[in-house]
Design a protein around this ligand. Structure first.
Ligand code: IDP
Ligand code: MG
Length: 151
């Protein structure tokens, strides 16, 4: 049961639609802990670095315009298997195909404006957390928790 950290972005459409609390609440209720959180106006450089793997895709210019088009909220979450667990909560990329019960399945009707980003692997999480939280995260201790977890 590895404790992982993952990078979540509440994309500009989530902020514009007033869904930040709704989306953040889903991760919190699952039990993932917030270890970093900030409202950010993304720069072009941050967008280029964050979406480097998509640089050559035809949708990249509009994706960059979208992600820099308004404030977003960057969140660092920590918990048991946080990377895959957050991806499950987020759902498939295309909101029209995402399963009901997921964030995108319940709240998004678009493949581009799909409300939320979640790192797709621990290596991606480390790379992305360095982009959005270059100053690092709050040090948290397992002893901060007030319950005992069983395997
Ligand atoms: P993911 O966010 O589910 O990991 P990726 O394939 O990594 O999906 O794509 C990154 C983001 O780029 C998506 O969340 C979405 O905003 C945008 N995107 C992906 N595919 C398309 C597309 O075919 N058209 C427009 N935008 C897309
Ligand atoms: Mg991705």
């Amino acid at each position: 049961m590895p404790v992982q950290q993952t990078l979540i972005l509440l994309k500009p459409d989530a902020i514009q639609r007033g869904l930040a609390a709704e989306i953040l609440g889903r991760f919190e209720r699952k039990g993932l802990r917030i270890v970093g959180l900030k409202l950010v106006q993304a720069t072009g450089d941050q967008a280029d670095r964050h979406y480097a793997e998509h640089k050559e895709r035809p949708f990249f210019p509009s994706l960059k315009q979208f992600i820099t088009g308004g404030p977003l909220i960057a969140v660092a979450l920590e918990g048991d298997e946080a990377v895959p667990v957050a991806r499950l909560i987020i759902g498939a990329t295309d909101g029209r195909a995402a399963a009901p019960g997921t964030i995108r399945g319940d709240l998004a009707l678009s493949k581009s404006n799909n409300l939320v980003h979640g790192s797709d692997s621990p290596a991606s999480a480390a790379r992305e957390l360095a982009i959005w939280f270059p100053e690092g995260l709050l040090a948290t201790r397992r002893s901060d928790t007030v319950w005992v977890e069983t395997p």
